[in-house]
Design a protein around this ligand. Structure first.
Ligand SMILES: Nc1ncnc2c1ncn2[C@@H]1O[C@H](COP(=O)(O)OP(=O)(O)OP(=O)(O)O)[C@@H](O)[C@H]1O
Ligand SMILES: [Mg+2]
Length: 488
């Protein structure tokens, strides 16, 4: 074989020439080397695969008539082969076919198989240079797209090996390819958005956009224009025409997140789109059509809201065609170790740390906690453990409420019960309940930090001792109330 063993600088974009005619290889090599490429040569199909097995290449120039071998057949094999030793998939390397007297059938077959381009002999220097540049440009683009896609997919992957999760995955796979509307319910932080994205990925509109609408975050006076768009001059500030999210999601999925937080007037507007597939821009007259898959999610009890009149019953029935419940983390505690490992890996990578080991005792403690903030809370806790621990994550790195050591004598490390502030947890509470719970958590944290020294805690909180005593009584905070997890 005639493989060139010169080490390729990363930027040289090595190219493989496959042709049984030595003269053609020599001419092409000269042209390509003058363009700064590292060139490998092969005179037969077998040679070509040997070279590919040993060298990463970014482009293949492939003769259709390879002596006894058939270039089209080589192309077929390239597109079918899996990963090579360097981790680059051969199927993703662009192939330019070269031919002396190509038939139309050859050209058609090559295009079907995914050849990037076709060049006729005799080869014209300029044509070769331009074709090679274009093919390499495509290669760079593919690579970038694939990297991004892999990163994005990993970011939105639903992790979990328990039967609860297997069951959830089965539901997703079943409903995703259909056009049915899906209503995802479940506590805050359980992964409702990940479920919505998984449905989109597995749907027939996966190549279309995934448009998330956070219904809770859009002020009621703006929601109509956000969802349906507006014409220029529709209201003060509408300086230009704007497309709404239903329009943007056309041909894809629109994810109506926190739908339970949408005000009644907006609910009526959304109902109309769901009934007719039609809507009008604010200030517009034309009726526009949208064809998007609708997936909604909420952590509120919509049925209860229907009863009390704060959610439209007709909209509820339109949305709740296929209900999917996102399980609490406490229902799948066996998944905690897997999630912990994955979050540690992610966090270490993000921060450029070597992968940190974690003691089994710590994982056990994390498994027994009941995770009111679900996976989001777990993720935040793990992130904090990764950042705050030394080489290994140990039990002493845990805050007391997770079974870590209680700080004594006031010289404790700063460990608090509230590592996550998750407003969604309080969605059903009154302002007073919210205030009291947060206040109680905060006071517990300070007490733990200062070893239950009342004077110092009062001082740290900036209130009088007597006032603190009053608060402890009112909020039902007693020393030792949460010591049950500790032995003895
Ligand atoms: N099964 C899971 N595997 C991996 N990560 C998960 C899983 N479930 C949730 N997460 C992570 O937990 C966090 C919260 O998930 P997500 O935003 O989907 O929750 P949610 O149910 O939509 O919460 P909310 O009701 O507060 O909007 C995200 O960082 C997400 O990546
Ligand atoms: Mg969400």
């Amino acid at each position: 074989m005639t493989a060139d063993e010169a080490p390729a600088p990363a930027s040289a974009e090595p190219i493989l020439l496959v042709d049984d005619e030595k003269n053609i290889r020599r001419t092409l090599r000269m042209v390509l080397e003058s363009e700064g490429h590292v060139v490998h040569e092969a005179g037969s199909a077998a040679d070509a695969f040997t070279v590919l097995g040993a060298n990463p290449v970014d482009l293949i120039l492939l003769d259709v008539k390879l002596g006894d071998d058939n270039g089209i057949e080589v192309l077929r094999q390239l597109k079918a082969r899996g990963e090579d030793g360097t981790g680059a998939a051969w199927a993703e390397v662009p192939v330019v076919m070269i031919s002396g007297h190509a038939t139309i059938e050859d050209a058609v077959a090559a295009t079907r198989l995914g050849a990037f381009d076709f060049m006729e002999k005799p080869l014209d220097r300029n044509r070769v240079v331009v074709t090679v540049r274009n093919a390499l440009e495509r290669r760079r683009m593919w690579r970038e797209v694939n990297q991004l896609r892999r990163a994005v997919d990993a970011r939105w992957e639903l992790l979990g090996g328990t039967s609860v999760m297997a069951d959830l995955r089965r539901q997703i796979v079943k409903v995703a390819p259909t056009r049915s509307r899906v209503l995802i319910t479940g506590q805050s932080g359980t992964g409702k958005e990940l479920i919505a994205r998984a449905i989109h990925r597995n749907s027939s509109v996966s190549s279309g956009p995934f448009v998330k609408v956070n219904c809770a975050a859009i002020p009621p006076e703006l929601i109509e224009s956000e969802l349906f768009g507006h014409e220029r001059g529709a209201f003060t500030g509408a300086v230009a025409k704007k497309r709404g999210l239903f329009e943007v999601a056309d041909g894809g999925t629109i994810f109506l997140d926190e739908i339970g937080d949408m005000a009644l007037p907006a609910q009526a507007k959304v109902l109309r789109v769901l009934q007719t597939g039609e809507f009008t821009r604010v200030g517009g007259e034309k009726s526009l059509r949208t064809d998007s898959r609708v997936v909604a999610a909420t952590n509120r009890d919509l049925e209860e809201m229907v009863k009390t009149g704060s959610f439209r019953e007709d909209l509820f029935f339109r949305l709740n065609v296929v209900p999917i419940r996102s399980p609490d983390l406490s229902e799948r505690a066996e998944d905690v170790p897997l999630l912990v490992e994955s979050f540690i890996a992610e966090c270490c990578e993000e921060n450029g740390f070597a992968r940190k080991p974690i003691d089994d005792d710590v994982v056990d403690k994390l498994k027994t906690y009941d995770w009111p903030g679900n996976v989001r809370e777990l993720r935040n806790v793990v992130e904090r453990l990764v950042i705050m621990s030394d080489e290994v994550i140990r039990e002493r790195d845990l805050p007391p409420y997770l079974g870590g050591p209680r700080a004594g004598g006031g010289v404790g490390r700063s460990t608090g019960p509230v590592s996550t502030f998750d407003l969604g947890r309080y969605a059903q509470k009154s302002l007073r309940e919210f205030r009291e719970e947060i206040e109680a958590e905060f006071i517990r944290m300070k007490l733990a930090e200062l070893g239950w020294n009342i004077s110092r805690t009062a001082q740290a909180l900036g209130i009088e001792r007597t006032n603190l005593h009053k608060k402890l009584r009112a909020l039902g905070i007693h020393r030792g109330e949460d010591d049950k997890s500790e032995p003895g």
